[in-house]
Write a protein that binds this ligand. Structure first.
Ligand code: HEC
Ligand code: HEC
Ligand code: HEC
Ligand code: HEC
Ligand code: HEC
Ligand code: HEC
Ligand code: HEC
Length: 415
């Protein structure tokens, strides 16, 4: 661990110091190479076209009439999943000494800097006497509520790119952004529309891919992502003669009223892997058949489903799912902050008797609140990970294939 006055950080502060940041660290931009856009060509006729901004009401419009859901939602990770980078949203340690990521390349470090005009990330060639070869870019948009980590994007004209360094909540340190090679300078990873489809509520994609309207993005995952655009519902309910209570409300989607498959689709838009989009981004609306918009191919039966962002395919491999009546809402109320792990057992016990578990004979009542630890153990993600300083860092996520995991059982029994 470096202290604030370490030799490493002193020259850094001299060169990239808060005052002189713009003058010095912004110099050479030429190393930023052009993007390799991924095409999103439509192959099927979409049922819906991407909705215009005018059909959205925004979360605050729901507050007056749905106070409970609105209030609870303010603390949910979905709500905080993306935002403008500000003092209130940017996570990470900017204290000199802790604001540095060393890489496998002894001459290359990254520095994270808090300045009057925002937060900056800069590469620094420490072999160069003036450190003048670095690139610096500003944090413009942050992605990730920080439960696992937070990565940042910057604008270059009307294009968005990912910054090379990510905040890693597990160990409270800076790491190479997932998928970035260790020891190289990359400020050039374009943000494809599918990335924003999963991490924002609405945006206007321009042609070719990775060009966006800058000023009208709706950041955070808002109410209307799962309930569909809501302006018409708000207008009807606010009119002098609102629909009588209990009458069907066609202008808004309540997932609970959809068939189980369509309910799963609402979550699968983002929780079933990237897939192949066959329609323009944002075309899918809750209630639609997701397969008409995004083709998701589950991994073959003998290949384990990676826990990263693919809870749907994993859950679908569980006997509880195939022979029970289950959706994501069986265990999750997405309006709320996540429950404590132990309390999830109550959801298991809605279908199972505690005695049904073979371990009951051995461990008795002690298993009552521990179902999840043995049957949905945490696993290391193959998808959400980083190569940093010669190490592989992997996010730990819950297995959503509910099953018998002998290793997890041995671990718990051994405590
Ligand atoms: C002016 C008050 C008002 C506003 C604003 C409002 N709603 Fe509603 N909403 C209602 C009422 C009243 C109902 C109950 C309709 C019924 O059951 O007849 C309702 C029902 C719902 C339902 C359940 C529909 C169903 O079929 O079960 C959802 C979901 C919903 N609203 C979401 C939203 C969202 C999201 C927003 C913000 C974009 C919003 N509402 C804004 C008054 C409002
Ligand atoms: C990540 C998806 C998601 C988001 C975001 C979301 N909801 Fe919901 N909402 C659901 C689901 C799923 C249900 C049905 C829950 C169930 O099965 O009982 C629901 C149900 C509701 C209902 C009906 C409740 C009832 O008792 O019938 C209302 C009203 C509602 N949501 C309002 C909101 C508001 C307001 C927001 C934003 C502040 C919001 N929701 C954000 C997924 C979401
Ligand atoms: C628009 C994409 C999107 C949709 C739709 C969506 N999610 Fe998510 N969900 C995310 C992202 C992104 C995160 C990570 C949030 C974070 O921590 O930054 C997340 C996080 C979660 C979490 C973890 C919360 C925590 O405490 O870490 C749960 C549980 C979850 N989603 C369930 C659901 C369910 C159930 C549905 C369907 C009703 C749903 N999501 C719909 C994108 C989505
Ligand atoms: C198919 C939807 C999807 C796409 C595409 C996607 N993500 Fe995610 N991302 C998720 C979900 C869901 C999570 C929540 C963790 C999980 O379930 O693995 C997540 C988690 C994250 C997290 C960790 C947040 C936290 O604290 O939990 C970051 C950072 C992130 N994504 C960045 C990105 C970036 C940057 C891109 C595009 C280059 C991207 N993601 C593309 C769905 C997606
Ligand atoms: C909606 C009902 C439902 C819920 C909720 C549910 N299960 Fe199940 N589960 C079933 C059904 C049905 C089966 C298949 C018949 C059986 O083995 O009892 C099953 C099977 C299982 C099996 C045997 C799996 C195998 O591969 O042999 C385990 C273990 C299990 N459940 C544990 C859990 C745990 C732990 C939870 C909570 C995290 C849970 N279940 C939640 C309905 C459910
Ligand atoms: C049988 C109960 C159950 C069902 C059904 C279920 N989950 Fe979960 N989920 C959990 C538990 C338990 C956790 C871990 C909570 C914790 O560690 O705090 C979790 C965690 C998550 C997380 C946080 C990331 C992680 O893996 O720790 C996401 C995202 C998530 N679930 C999404 C979903 C989605 C999407 C569905 C539907 C496909 C779903 N879950 C269905 C029990 C369930
Ligand atoms: C200490 C780990 C552990 C805990 C805690 C635990 N289980 Fe199990 N469970 C197992 C193992 C291991 C098996 C396989 C049978 C055996 O070895 O006894 C099993 C079997 C099962 C089965 C399948 C029975 C069959 O023969 O098909 C169900 C259902 C089940 N558990 C449900 C639960 C539920 C519900 C809880 C929480 C109340 C729970 N388990 C808690 C380890 C555990």
């Amino acid at each position: 661990m470096k202290s604030a006055g370490s030799p490493l950080t002193l020259p850094l502060r001299k060169v990239c110091g808060y005052a002189s940041l713009l003058a010095v660290c912004l110099l050479p931009q030429s190393a930023v190479v052009s993007q390799q856009p991924q095409s999103n060509t439509a192959s099927a006729t979409p049922l819906h076209a991407p909705p215009p901004a005018s059909v959205y009401a925004g979360d605050s419009a729901c507050a007056g009439c749905h106070q409970t859901e609105f209030q609870e939602y303010q603390s949910s990770p979905h709500h905080h999943d993306s935002a403008e980078a500000t003092r209130d949203t940017v996570l990470g340690n900017f204290t000199p000494g802790r604001n540095v990521l060393r890489t496998r390349n002894p001459n290359l470090i990254f520095a994270m800097i808090k300045a009057d005009d925002g937060y900056w990330q800069s590469s620094v060639d420490i072999a160069h006497p003036d450190h003048l070869t670095g690139i610096a870019e500003r944090f413009d948009i942050v992605i990730g509520s920080g439960r696992r980590g937070q990565t940042s994007l910057y604008w270059k004209g009307d294009q968005l790119y990912e910054l090379p360094v990510t905040w890693w909540a597990y160990t409270h340190r800076w790491i190479n952004s997932p998928g970035y090679p260790d020891g190289q300078v990359h400020f050039d990873r374009p943000i494809i529309p599918r990335c924003l489809e999963c991490h924002t509520t609405w945006f206007e994609a321009l042609d070719p891919p990775n060009h966006y309207e800058r000023d009208n993005m709706i950041l955070g995952i808002g109410c209307e992502k799962c309930h569909g655009p809501g302006r018409e519902h708000v207008e009807r309910e606010s009119s002098p003669h609102p629909p009588p209570p209990g009458s069907p409300e066609e202008a808004i989607v309540n997932p609970a009223r959809l068939s189980p498959d369509r309910q799963m689709d609402v979550c699968a838009l983002c929780h079933a892997g990237v897939g192949d989009s066959t329609a323009p981004p944002l075309s899918y609306r809750p209630g639609d058949v997701l397969a008409d918009y995004v083709k998701i191919t589950p991994p073959p039966p003998n290949v384990p489903v990676d826990v990263h962002g693919n809870q749907v395919n994993a859950l679908e491999r569980s006997k509880c799912y195939t022979s029970g009546k289950m959706t994501c809402a069986t265990c999750h109320d997405v309006h709320q902050k996540q429950e404590d792990v132990d309390s999830y057992s109550t959801h298991c016990l809605a279908c199972h008797e505690v005695q049904a578990c073979g371990r009951f004979r051995v461990m008795g009542e002690a298993i009552r609140t521990k179902c999840v630890e043995c049957h949905m153990p945490e696993g290391k993600s193959q998808g959400l990970n980083s190569h940093t300083g010669g190490q592989l860092l992997q996010a730990e996520l819950r297995a959503h294939r509910i099953a018998i995991y002998p290793e997890a059982t041995a671990h718990l029994a051994g405590r």
